[in-house]
Design a protein around this ligand. Sequence first.
Ligand SMILES: C[S@@+](CC[C@H](N)C(=O)[O-])C[C@H]1O[C@@H](n2cnc3c(N)ncnc32)[C@H](O)[C@@H]1O
Length: 227
Amino acid sequence: MDDFFRNITITKDGTSTIFLPEWNEYYHSKHGALQEARHVFIKNGLDYCFQLKHYEPIHILEMGFGTGLNCLLSFQYALNQRFKINYVALEAYPVLETELNQLNFTQILQDPPLDAVFEQMHKAPWNKTHKLTANFKLTKLIALFEDFTQHNAFDLIYFDVFGLRVQPELWTVAIFEKMYNALKIGGILVTYAANGQGRRAMMEAGFQVEKLKGPIGKREMIRALKN
Ligand SMILES: C[S@@+](CC[C@H](N)C(=O)[O-])C[C@H]1O[C@@H](n2cnc3c(N)ncnc32)[C@H](O)[C@@H]1O
């Protein structure tokens, strides 16, 4: 994927995303990047986790930092709800500065403090913990998902990898066992997809899997629990 050509495109809710022509694959839903991220990761992931437990900090692991949209929305949520997040994100093929400059997330969100935060998130050095504010710590790791080995460390996983059609190797029991091990008991994983192979692999890895209504343009999504 290192040498893939990528271009910026606009999704149906006006938010930008990245497109990989070689795979005919988008970083977000073409039906709306922002609405998808809010529905899948914030509403059914972070908000669900926070309402259920009300503890802090919430330890989040994101598979695929990419454009940083989920990280930005999590920051905004924590700021509004006044609680702490420790955010760890893995990424093997970082987005380039020239690509970042074309993303319109902060213009669409119209929440001025987020402009500088988005920049800081991307400028933060890799493989180090960076305190963005007293409430938000970010650790971006340059790593392959396949090499991740942390145990019992996270409350919530944003599983935001490319789809089964293009990366079937990431929708396997081996990967979901890693995800299961990375979560604490009671931790949850959310993902935008509800494909049968992924669901079966999650169950085989030990997850209790729940199908939820998907974001606009997708019938279903998954929330999986480690209990
Ligand atoms: C669907 S995109 C989503 C990215 C991000 N969550 C966002 O909102 O922009 C998937 C991301 O996973 C990264 N990726 C793909 N395969 C990977 C691998 N094997 N290990 C680590 N990162 C990978 C890609 O570079 C891309 O940034």
